[in-house]
Write a protein that binds this ligand. Structure first.
Ligand SMILES: *Cc1c(COP(=O)(O)O)cnc(C)c1O
Length: 363
């Protein structure tokens, strides 16, 4: 059996006719940037999350960059961020000329909330929690620390659409919630796309301007903005997909549940979920001391796996100037050496799911 790490073709086929109808509607409309499709999607996405405002953007990275920019975080400011995140969370900080301050993750692969306060200085302006792999961080504690020290919270929800902490959606705790709709994300577009949600009218208005050259009124530029607009095509296609998001998550959860109950191999550590959190299973990341061997073995059996992420941000070449050496963040570095993401996609068959389980149990 050949099993790919992802099968976006199968996801597409589940509602193919609806996508094709929406795409044709946009093509024929004669209007392609910032129009009715974007406004309708923004309204629907905000409503789904119970948020006041949404601004559609062209990527998850831009959502994070513009969120920090709207909060006027820049040179000389420090932002607390997990040491095991995807590079985009950190790029958003350095793009704004602020300094990332790394905090090691806990056993749930999320920022270890017991280690946040010791890293707060007079320069700290914000916490940037990342709800990694689809599980919410401990937002009770993060919110209370932010209140106590007067810090902003910018949530990286690129992997956590509809994931909750204590019944409340990720993205609605902080000043800004930042989402990616990269095609492989749980809510994926057919190209690049992203969005922010916020309850704050001022932040909403600033980010709306920033995404469009800093302008709300054509040829009048209030802010030094960028071009980060979601196009009408992506908005229309995402709007088709949005009502099915709960179905997608249900299907992903069923696959994850089979992995959790049927993988039995002392060499493998399975992912854990905190009782207050819901997990939307963007990724199913296991840990294994012989990770590279396991990955090669699975590849030989026809199973493609991925490593999220092989190099933590502080050891990336682009961040050599931050001055960190190997060993600076041993927990994140250990995870980078031991983690492996199993195939988990909408449209996976039970036969595929069981084949992967069997092969892992035989390792
Ligand atoms: C995907 C991702 C991003 C960036 O989103 P893009 O739309 O690809 O720019 C940011 N943070 C995390 C945690 C991600 O997984």
């Amino acid at each position: 059996m050949e099993i790919a790490a992802n099968r976006l073709d199968r996801l597409f086929k589940q509602h193919q006719e609806e996508y094709e109808k929406a795409a044709l509607r946009v093509l024929r409309s004669g209007w392609y940037i910032l129009g009715p499709e974007v406004s309708a999607f923004e309204e629907a996405f905000a409503k789904k999350l119970g948020s006041k405002y949404c601004v559609a953007l062209n990527s998850g990275l831009d959502a994070l960059v513009l969120a920090l920019q709207a909060l006027e975080i820049g040179e000389g400011d420090e932002v607390l961020v997990p040491s095991n995140t995807y590079i985009a969370s950190v790029l958003a900080i350095t793009e704004n000329k602020a300094t990332p301050v790394f905090i090691e993750p806990d056993q749930y692969f999320n920022i270890d909330v017991s280690k946040i306060e010791e890293k707060i200085t007079t320069k700290t302006r914000a916490i940037l929690p990342v709800h990694l792999y689809g599980q919410s961080c401990n937002m009770d504690i993060i919110v209370s620390i932010a209140k106590k020290h007067n810090l902003f919270i910018v949530e990286d929800c690129a992997q956590s659409h509809l994931s909750t902490w204590d019944g409340k959606f990720t993205g609605t705790f902080g000043n800004v919630g930042c989402f990616s709709f990269f095609p492989t994300k749980n809510l994926g577009a057919f190209g690049d796309a992203g969005a922010i949600i916020t309850q704050d009218k001022d932040i909403y208005e600033r980010i709306r301007k920033l995404r469009n050259y800093g302008s709300d009124k054509k040829y009048y530029n209030d802010l030094e903005g960028v071009n980060s607009r979601m196009d009408e095509m992506q908005a229309a296609l995402l709007h088709v997909r949005l009502p099915y998001l709960e179905d997608f998550i249900r299907e992903r959860s069923a696959i994850a549940k089979r992995y959790l109950s049927k993988i039995q191999n002392p060499k493998i550590i399975l992912p854990k979920v905190q009782p207050e959190a819901t997990m939307v299973w963007h990724l199913f990341s296991i840990q294994c001391q012989d990770r590279d061997e396991l990955q090669a073995y699975l590849a030989k059996e026809g199973i493609q796996t991925q490593i999220h992420y092989p190099v933590p941000p502080h050891l990336q070449q682009c961040y050599q100037y931050l001055g960190y050496r190997k060993g600076a963040f041993p927990i994140a570095e250990g995870m980078a050496n031991e983690q492996l993401s199993l195939p988990l996609y909408n449209g996976m068959t039970i036969e595929e799911n069981d084949y992967i389980i069997d092969k892992i149990n035989l390792f």
